[in-house]
Design a protein around this ligand. Structure first.
Ligand code: CA
Length: 225
């Protein structure tokens, strides 16, 4: 069984490599998200142990990219208890399981073996809020059973709102995640695109999923409006 470990903490990597090798796994290591993505594309692994906080491309992006390419290698995501990211999100991006640091080696191996037994089902992660759904791997969105055509930017905005569903996100956060970080234009562009989403996903269906929170930003209601 060949495992790819994508982790930038060198001490943890050394421990993982030694422990997993002793348990009979063949272990490859990538120290960055870019390298991890490249190795996962070039080689066939039975499972991937993927850290979230990585320099450059983070673990979520690696996971999303692989799933978008129809690569369903089982992924065990490592999360830190810093509250910045949560486990639900790890599973949303297409990870199969997660483990919070620090973890014991025995637990890691038990989880890995469980994943390996399950194998790699074709199980795309669909994001949903009520009957509002988006499949990041195929770039399709639906309200109920009706597929809704969205532009690439509208799709990216909806995906971001769905990943943060039930919480308030500011225009600045939306700009940073959906537009380039160095986007120089007006924050008002966000309002324009929020309006597009409402016109496509809410109004024709008599729904109201995106709430304006005065002075703060927007919230996509978890029940989908
Ligand atoms: Ca890390």
């Amino acid at each position: 069984m060949r495992i790819l470990v994508v982790e930038d903490e060198k001490r943890l990597v050394a421990g993982l490599r030694a422990g997993l090798t002793a348990d009979g796994f063949a272990v490859d290591v990538a120290l960055t998200g870019i390298d991890g993505l490249w190795m996962a594309r070039e080689n066939s692994y039975d499972a991937i142990v993927l850290d979230i906080m990585l320099p450059g491309v983070n673990g979520y992006k690696v996971c999303e990219a692989l799933r978008a390419e129809q690569n369903w290698t089982p992924i065990l995501m490592l999360t830190a208890k810093d509250g910045e990211w949560d486990e639900v999100e790890a599973l949303d991006t297409g990870a199969d399981d997660y483990l919070t640091k620090p973890f014991s080696h025995a637990v890691l191996v038990a989880r890995l073996r469980a994943l390996l037994r399950r194998g790699a089902p074709e199980r795309p992660a669909v994001l949903a809020a009520g009957d509002l759904r988006l499949d990041p791997s195929t770039r399709q969105a639906w309200r109920g059973e009706v597929e809704v055509e969205l532009t690439a930017r509208e799709m990216a905005l909806l995906e971001f709102l769905l990943r943060r569903r039930g919480t308030v996100v500011s225009k600045r956060e939306i700009l940073d995640h959906v537009w380039d970080v160095d986007f120089e234009g007006e924050e008002n562009i966000v309002e324009v695109y929020i309006r597009h989403l409402r016109n496509k996903l809410d109004r024709p269906f008599g729904r109201d999923s995106v709430t304006t929170v005065r002075g703060s930003g927007y919230r996509l209601e978890a029940h989908g409006g």
